[in-house]
Ligand binder design. Structure first.
Ligand code: SF4
Length: 311
């Protein structure tokens, strides 16, 4: 049965000596997973830039002066090529992200076709399309969608310092539609946006107390993008990042915890500690939506050095 966590209980864990917290997290990890096997996802940006929202970390928001040049939605051939490539690289899932507040009906039709293409390559499909209504969610389910990504990003109280064009509750509503439609949920957040450890703990407490745990929990480390409001935010403490991963593993024992954006700014040793603490999934590929990722060659070298296998 799912355990209920309070902020105080989660904070007590977070405040343990580093070795004790990592030992606890690794014990939970080893009990539920093969701790040497990593799930690999790859990411395709299917509609870049020009987004109406004002997420302070995002270079795709049209509201920031240095936002990326907007592009039209990609065609189906681009998705076919990305799926072929993901299969060749032994990835198990292709995630497709679009920069908009929510999809229009023509977008929905195209995305359903994209999902079917991804599935035809024997890959799991994941999309991140912003806010959905109930009808759109059911349409994605009928198209065969496996995962829907919709992050809560941070604690409820810090969220309004990061985004003003929509609310934390709006995010929860879309998650509810997705859960009710029977689509698996991918939901996590970003660390290093100037928030305190308290916000990181509160974000995980929200996730663990959802009606069911998200099956996938991406934890990003902010890559400060030029000309966004967060470009000058100081880098967060590496140990606090690793401790947050460990807490995620304990509070969400059966979820895949993904080291997402920001691996390119982490040392191999920091990533190894994250894997020990319970991170068991990564994004693979030289670019993420707009940011640089650790190169695939470096990933292969790191996996070999650590004896990790792709799941
Ligand atoms: S994070 Fe998503 S919703 Fe927010 S500005 Fe970027 S693309 Fe738009």
């Amino acid at each position: 049965m799912k355990k209920t966590w309070t902020y105080d209980k989660a904070k007590t864990l977070f405040d343990l000596p580093f070795n004790d917290l990592l030992y606890k997290a690794h014990t939970v990890y080893r009990k539920n997973f093969n701790s040497n096997a990593i799930q690999i996802s790859t990411l395709l940006n299917i509609k870049k830039g020009g987004c109406s929202e004002d997420c302070a970390y995002c270079s795709q928001s049209a509201r920031h002066k240095g936002s990326v040049e907007p592009k039209r939605r990609v065609d189906l051939n681009t998705v076919r090529e990305a799926a072929k490539q993901a299969k060749l690289l032994n990835c198990s899932r292709l995630c497709m992200g679009a920069a908009w507040r929510s999809p229009t009906e023509p977008d929905m039709d195209a995305i359903c076709e994209m999902i079917q293409i991804v599935k035809s390559y024997g890959l799991e499909s994941c999309v991140t399309l912003g806010f959905l209504n109930e009808e759109q969610t059911n349409k994605l389910k009928n198209a065969g969608l496996d995962y829907y990504n919709h992050n809560i990003e941070t604690s409820p109280s810090y969220y309004e310092k990061i985004v003003t064009t929509h609310s934390f509750e709006d995010r929860l509503k879309t998650l509810e539609y997705v859960r009710n439609a029977g689509i698996k949920i991918c939901c996590g957040g970003i660390l290093g946006m100037g928030e305190a450890n308290e916000d990181r703990i509160r974000m995980l407490v929200v996730l663990t107390n959802l009606p069911s745990h998200p099956q996938s929990v991406p934890i990003n480390k902010l890559i400060p993008m030029p000309n966004t409001p967060l470009e000058m935010v100081p880098e967060m403490d590496a140990f606090d990042f690793i401790k947050t991963i460990a807490l995620a593993r304990i509070l969400l024992p059966l979820s895949d915890v993904r080291l997402s954006a920001g691996r390119s700014t982490m040392s191999d040793e920091m990533q190894a500690l994250c894997f020990f603490a319970g991170a068991n999934s990564i994004f693979y590929g030289d670019t993420l939506l707009t940011a640089k990722n650790q190169s695939m060659q470096q990933d292969e070298i790191l996996f070999n050095r650590l004896g990790l296998k792709k799941r």
